[in-house]
Design a protein around this ligand. Structure first.
Ligand code: FES
Length: 133
């Protein structure tokens, strides 16, 4: 489905595949590294590019899906320990305080599927449901 300005909505997974509190990464280009990740904390749902503002292009997690800190209240970067708020991606601790993760637009289709808005050349043709789960 087309979005605006050459972008399109890409279906990521069923909403029910996300934990009520947790995070999942998605490898949109099929290159073995998550391009984006989605965090969920009950009703809060946010998506961000997997790139730390301290070192643009550096992935945040030390292993697949490990985007949240132990207390599950912050997004953490394993590189140098930065902490980001869940709702705004604002760095509140670490070397990039005051900077933000780049967010991605999400939507829920038919009350069931979670989709992300991406530039057409950012993604491969198809992201299988549960691809990164
Ligand atoms: S690369 Fe993320 S805190 Fe340094």
């Amino acid at each position: 489905m087309e979005g605006t300005g050459g972008s399109r909505w890409i279906r990521l997974c069923e909403l029910s595949a996300l934990p009520l509190v947790g995070a999942r990464g998605f490898d949109l280009r099929g290159q073995g590294v998550d391009d984006i990740f989605v965090i969920r904390q009950h009703a809060l749902l946010r998506g961000y590019w997997n790139s730390c503002p301290h070192w643009p292009g550096a992935p945040l997690p030390w292993r697949k899906h490990a985007y949240l800190c132990h207390d599950m209240n912050y997004i953490g970067c394993h590189g140098h320990g930065a902490r980001f708020t869940l709702d705004e991606g604002l760095c509140v601790l670490g070397p990039c305080v005051g900077q933000r993760l780049e967010s991605v637009a999400l939507r829920i289709e038919d009350g069931t599927y979670l989709s992300v808005l991406c530039a057409s050349d950012d993604v491969r043709t198809h992201v299988g449901l549960g691809d990164s789960l």
